[in-house]
Design a protein around this ligand. Structure first.
Ligand code: VNL
Length: 195
């Protein structure tokens, strides 16, 4: 359900075809809400059906057409309402922690591999989020630049600040995950040393 709000947030900036939206999505909001094209396109059609978007056929190249989506007043209202509604948290469902709880049943080699994979994954994500902060700070993120161009001067600072704040939180979380898995590696070494 959050996917539609991510799409609405992008469409507040300008109308876009499904194709443009998917490209823009990939280099902005996908860093916090990952979704494949196979979810994006059907969601756009449902949003049009629900009156949150209008779809208009526009020419695409010499002999093709594409649907361009534009947010409606109802779409803007739905996004604002969602923003003002408290989140419902879901209880943990985390396979890494589930495995961590039973590492005594794994081969020490597999146990180490789980921890190393966790470190590698979060190291990569941390780097990607840091690169995004850099784009946001230097004005090189296309989506944010377009958004700022349509934002009154008085609102620009907060528009950028909240995006940077978002990635700072994700980076801090990744850092904690990396340190936890590093402690895991040490623990495995101390508990499951080959005799
Ligand atoms: C936007 C731009 C959003 C860059 C982002 O992530 C981002 C935006 C939430 O302007 O919508 O990384």
């Amino acid at each position: 359900m959050s996917l539609r709000y991510a799409l609405l947030a992008l469409l507040t900036v300008e109308p876009m075809t499904g194709y443009d939206l998917s490209k823009r999505f990939e280099s902005s909001v996908a860093y916090v809400w990952h979704a494949p094209d196979s979810q994006i396109y059907p969601e756009l059609r449902r949003m049009e059906r629900d009156g949150l978007l209008t779809g208009e056929e526009i020419p695409w190249g010499p002999n093709s057409r594409k649907t361009q989506y534009r947010i409606t007043a109802a779409g803007i209202a739905a996004l604002r309402e969602w923003m003002n509604t408290p989140l419902e948290y879901s209880r943990e469902r985390d396979p890494v922690h589930l495995k961590a709880a039973y590492l005594e049943l794994a081969d020490p080699k597999a146990a180490r591999a789980h921890m190393q994979a966790h470190i590698d994954y979060h190291t990569l994500r941390r780097e990607q989020w840091a690169a995004m902060i850099n784009e946001l700070r230097t004005g090189t993120n296309v989506m944010l630049s377009k958004r700022l161009a349509k934002t009154p001067e008085s609102d620009r600072q907060r528009t950028t600040a909240y995006k940077i704040f978002t990635y700072e939180g994700l980076i801090a979380r990744a850092q904690t995950e990396i340190e936890w898995a590093q402690r895991g590696l040490k623990l495995i070494d101390s508990l499951d040393e080959a005799p």
